[in-house]
Design a protein around this ligand. Structure first.
Ligand code: AMP
Ligand code: ZN
Length: 110
């Protein structure tokens, strides 16, 4: 499959890694929207939140167990987690990912 984040997960395209285990990869966003901007992806391909089911949600639970560990490692206590799903929401990469944004006052969501 021609998927950018599958290629990053496989190491075929380089990334600035923050955390990695068998199921999850976290790496710095190439175009940071905040002083700290990290992406968390499952290594298995899911197109977005729309692909999450009762059967595969364990990887999402795992990502959410990793997020606070990585946040602590990066020294941030206040942060926002965002997952854009679909074009109108601003999703540009069709592989499930969670943005961790921190390091400035983030303001209202829109
Ligand atoms: P979204 O727009 O929610 O689909 O998020 C996709 C994110 O991936 C954007 O914030 C991009 O800046 C980021 N991105 C795109 N290509 C790369 C890359 N090669 N390495 C790291 N982040 C990337
Ligand atoms: Zn993928």
């Amino acid at each position: 499959m021609d998927c950018l984040f599958c290629k990053i997960a496989a190491g075929e395209i380089p990334s600035n890694k923050v955390y990695e285990d068998e199921q999850v990869l976290a790496f710095y966003d190439i175009a940071p929207a905040a002083p700290v901007h990290v992406l968390f992806i499952p290594k298995t391909h899911l197109a977005g939140v729309r692909d999450v089911t009762a059967e595969n949600a364990t990887v999402v639970a795992h990502i959410f167990a990793v997020i606070p560990q990585v946040a602590a490692q990066l020294g941030v206590t206040d942060y926002r987690i965002v997952s854009n799903n679909g074009a109108d929401a601003g999703q540009t990469v069709q592989h499930l990912h969670f943005h961790l944004l921190a390091g400035r006052e983030l303001g209202a969501m829109g």
